[in-house]
Design a protein around this ligand. Structure first.
Ligand SMILES: NC(=O)c1ccc[n+]([C@@H]2O[C@H](COP(=O)([O-])OP(=O)(O)OC[C@H]3O[C@@H](n4cnc5c(N)ncnc54)[C@H](O)[C@@H]3O)[C@@H](O)[C@H]2O)c1
Length: 250
């Protein structure tokens, strides 16, 4: 098992890509602190049941990662339970659509707060511990839209490009402490997030893909295992890995 006894915090892990990463990490033997948000009791019990199939210790913690106070609590809970944090996956995010001329200030601010500021808050909260520990892996879920832009997605593209630039900067700061920071920038993946996108947008997007289909969450999670594993992921830092159906080629 590639992550045996490692401790990972995964934000927004009640659904989609975050949940798939949680399952992949659990299969590899990790202990998990799973942040979920606005999840019903029944869904939470179902997640607990799925996770209980694995031998790692798993805690589900409800809360909003845009709150600095909650983020501090999340990190303290992980440290008091396991005395260490090896991996942070910043996955929580939203997606809304609007042409620029119709975009409200609150739509812009909401995107920046959830998709970008939360990454700053959680990363800042774990980093001192990772520096002291002399090891750590920070994995930020960006998007290929942050690399190439997207119609009706200028706020989302700006937030995700911000995540990529933030990641490169902290990779430069933290490499000397054996802490790596990388992004995964998936292309379109079948999740709740994409279910809300307009149909004509999705049809247009499919035409742009070298592999003309949207991906599945199980096709993204292995990249998060790679980046968290040693020695497999040791030399990746400041990188943006793209399980994106060929939407962006660099
Ligand atoms: N699905 C795609 O096509 C795609 C492509 C590229 C990037 N992404 C990114 O992947 C990540 C996961 O998205 P997904 O596609 O799995 O969709 P999803 O809607 O299933 O997952 C997003 C998760 O974030 C959580 N969340 C939202 N606001 C939160 C908050 N304030 N605090 C804590 N959690 C919060 C939600 O509860 C949800 O579980 C997002 O960052 C998204 O931008 C998705």
């Amino acid at each position: 098992m590639k992550l045996k006894d490692k401790v990972a915090i995964i934000t927004g892990s009640g659904s989609g890509i975050g949940k798939a990463i949680a399952l992949a990490y659990a299969k590899e033997g990790a202990n998990l602190i799973l942040n979920v948000y606005r999840m019903g009791e029944q869904e939470k019990q179902e997640l607990e049941r799925e996770m209980s199939l694995y031998e790692g210790d798993i805690s589900i913690i409800e809360g909003d990662v845009t709150s600095g106070e909650f983020v501090q609590e999340l990190v303290e809970t992980a440290l008091s339970r396991f005395s260490k944090i090896d991996i942070l996956v910043n996955n929580a995010g939203i997606l809304t659509q609007s042409l620029l001329q119709d975009m409200t200030e609150s739509q812009w601010d909401e995107m920046m707060t959830i998709d970008l500021k939360s990454v700053f808050l959680t990363t800042r909260a774990v980093v001192t511990h990772m520096i002291q520990q002399k090891s750590g892996r920070i994995i930020n879920i960006a998007s290929q839209i942050g690399q190439k832009g997207g119609v009706e997605l200028s706020h989302y593209a700006a937030a995700k490009a911000g995540v990529i630039a933030f990641t490169k900067s902290i990779a430069l700061e933290l490499g000397q402490h054996n802490v790596t920071a990388n992004c995964i920038a998936p292309g379109p993946i079948e999740t709740n997030l994409v279910a809300g996108i307009k149909e004509d947008w999705k049809e247009e997007k499919k035409k742009q893909l070298a592999i003309p289909r949207f991906g599945k969450v199980e096709e993204v999670a292995p990249t998060a295992v790679l980046l968290a594993s040693s020695p497999d992921g040791n030399l990746y830092t400041g990188q943006t890995l793209g399980p994106n159906s060929g939407d962006v080629m660099i």
